[in-house]
Design a protein around this ligand. Sequence first.
Ligand code: NAD
Length: 378
Amino acid sequence: MDLGRRDFLLSAAIGSIVPVALTPHALAQGMPAPKPGERKLGYAIVGLGTYGLGVIIPQFVNCTHSRLVAVVTGDAAKGRKVAAEHGLSDKAVYSYATFDSIRDNPDVDIVYVCLPNSMHAEYTIRAAKAGKHVMCEKPMAISVAECESMIAACKAAKRKLMIGYRCHFEAFNLEAMRLARAGAAGKIRYVRSEHGFVQRDPSKWRLKRALAGGGSLMDMGVYSLQAARYMTGEEPIAVTARESTDRSDPRFHEVEDMIEWTLEFPSGAIAGCQSMYSANQNHILLMGDTGRIELEPATRYDGNHMWTGRDGRERELTPPPGPRATQFAGQLDHLAECILTGREPIVSGEEGLRDMRIVEAIYRSAREGRTIRLDGRA
Ligand code: NAD
């Protein structure tokens, strides 16, 4: 069976594909637009690092319902420079010490936390207490307990909490999800996902346990774990993990380099996932009983590729253009739209918490050398 897009559409047309329930992703894409004239919601970006400054801030030009209104940084001169470049006054620049006074700035609707992982909980909770909605980067935090306190703080303040899981707005991942749900590869039996990059500098916060909460799993491993869950559409019932780290390497004195884990799903599907800090990789493979869907690179900012086939990469697919210019604009506007229309984000705090429960189980399984059940069974 050829699983090319043309054939997929053909089989859909002749009715051989099981109708798909409207997934949260479909709902997100088809969300009613905020009313005409409704103002753009204002974001304050906390942390002007590689991601906050280099990736997110340039994306507001692609947004329909979101705009940059403030920055929070430990470097006042950098903050003033970024503000000036984006037409903001010096008053839009906050330090970590003055952050709480953001409550008095009515232009700020949403605080976007782009800080090291161990600071996510503190700034999310402070933002909620200041009356702001929150977009928090992945991983949501460094423990289940922190995630729970973030959700509780946002609930108490009646504010929305969304996790920066940008792949839920990325065209190739959305198309692969759609194809998988529509049965284009048959019944999904096996998922593989590996993510990693080479960490060279031992002084980086990502290699410090207190700031990162862990190693490659907390960073790139979140993509492998997320992919296994959103591609199967199932929640894992058990996990078995194994870690391999050269602890004599100065980069890995505090955190793991390579970790692999197997997830078992209720349908019988298995996911083999992995992350590492000593090789570059970015891959998702779905194997069904009639074919396969493969993405490589799978979750990059751009330049992703996708193939379908029976035994290998037989046909390359380009997803249809989505409603958003980029995955980042989709992500930023989604939270703004949820606030304007009173919906819950498709990647809410609960979604980040679900991942963190599995992350803790992965570490525990690797430590104790045994399978950890996630479904409450002994
Ligand atoms: P970075 O090191 O480039 O930036 C971190 C920012 O935090 C800097 O502005 C730094 O000054 C500030 N900071 C404040 N206190 C700090 C401290 N004690 N130590 C170190 N930095 C401190 O990191 P980044 O790559 O921008 O990552 C930030 C967050 O964004 C992380 O949680 C990361 O997982 C996430 N991220 C997500 C994606 C994605 O694709 N969704 C990509 C990259 C990073």
